[in-house]
Design a protein around this ligand. Structure first.
Ligand code: PMP
Length: 358
């Protein structure tokens, strides 16, 4: 093979998704376990066959005009401040692309979302990974200290994947005001709908107040559309314009646009599901603590067991004893991330956790 790949790809890990095993309970990818809402399935079927407007023989609306308007209304922001992407992970990549390149730095906590180092390195920029505190929270003072003249972007994930901990408004405001205002600060709120902490930062409000702050949200988790890939960013219109420049054309397909519009209109059906996830999260947290595990307080739809290098053994035990797939990050800063599923699924995981020989 003589093709020359860019050196930025050397040693770059491929993103490792949560595994699906036939017949097993999957608590590995932070999805909701309820089936698709019937009106969403219906809207997708109708749109697929609608040859007069936007059937799948036609390209989708490139700017997703209706969806952008609905999202703008949902977050109570002008539509010029909204942009959609093929999942919020695509927007993470676009955000790095618009500000960083060879030799630049991108700062984020660690652990945090596994895609941050990948989307950083593919641009040629260097990830600067700042350890979380002893209680598994992002260390905002250390994040601010890590900024150098090469820093172009900072990811702040709240609730943080995988630790579940949140960033509070006062500490995030302090960070934003300490950091140079030409650094793009990305508040990633993929799990926002499960966050019941009244002190949690609100990325949309902060983005409205500070032009270098962007917030990212997704329809993959709370809106149950992980398979269709829709995420959005709320940002200053100049950032929205830059994000559109680097977007792959038609990245949000027509079925995804229709499904997202329908799911957004289904707040009354979805909100009880989110409340059920929160109740199960709190039950699972208490049960795991009772069984002797350290469990940071989570505001997401998953919990984190900071088991370090023992993470792989725990995940294997869950799979072999109860056919439950959890997500292991088996290294020194690692642990196991367990998605909150239906009560019976969580019970199977708890059964495995209680029988884990430690
Ligand atoms: N941000 C965070 C913190 C996540 O955990 C995820 C999904 N694992 C994403 C962004 C991306 O989600 P999606 O691309 O499905 O919108």
């Amino acid at each position: 093979m003589t093709v020359r790949f860019r050196s930025a790809l050397d040693g770059l890990p491929a993103y490792a998704p949560g595994r699906s095993v036939p017949g097993a309970v999957k608590l590995a990818s932070n999805e909701l376990s309820w089936p698709t809402l019937p009106q969403v399935a219906e809207a997708i079927a109708v749109a697929a066959g609608d040859e007069h407007t936007r059937g799948i023989n036609r390209y989708p609306d490139n700017t997703a005009e209706h969806l952008v308007s609905a999202l703008a209304e949902h977050v109570d922001q002008p539509r010029e401040r909204l942009v959609v992407g093929g999942g919020s992970v695509a927007l993470c990549q676009q955000l790095v692309q618009i500000v960083a390149g060879d030799g630049d730095e991108v700062v984020f906590g660690w652990r945090s979302f596994e895609a941050y180092p990948i989307v950083t390195q593919i641009t040629g920029a260097r990830p600067v990974m700042v350890p979380v505190t002893g209680d598994h929270r992002l260390d905002l003072a250390a994040l601010a200290d890590a900024v150098t003249e090469r820093t172009r972007l900072m990811f702040v994930c709240t609730p943080n994947n995988p630790t579940g901990t949140v960033v509070h408004t006062d500490e995030l405001v302090e960070l934003i005001e300490r950091v140079r205002d030409d650094v793009l600060i990305v508040v990633d709120e993929a799990y926002r709908e499960f966050d019941t902490d009244p002190d949690s930062a609100d990325g949309v409000a902060l983005a409205a107040r500070y032009p270098n702050v962007v917030t990212l949200r997704t329809l993959s988790k709370a809106y149950q559309l992980a398979g269709l890939r829709v995420g959005y960013a709320v940002a200053d219109p100049s950032i929205v314009t830059a994000l559109r420049k680097v977007a792959i054309p038609f990245a949000v397909n027509s079925l995804a646009q229709v499904a997202a519009l329908t799911a957004l209109a289904a707040q009354t059906e979805l909100a009880p599901r989110w409340r059920a996830v929160v109740a199960e999260r709190d039950r699972v947290t208490a049960a795991l603590r009772e069984a002797g595990f350290e469990v940071p307080t989570s505001q997401a739809n998953f919990v984190w067991l900071p088991l370090g290098t023992r993470a792989a053994a725990f995940a294997e035990h869950c799979e072999t004893t109860e056919k439950v797939i959890v997500r292991a990050f088996p290294d020194a800063t690692g642990g196991v991330r367990i998605t909150i599923g239906a009560p019976q699924e969580n019970d199977r995981m708890l059964q495995a956790a209680r029988s884990w020989p430690r």
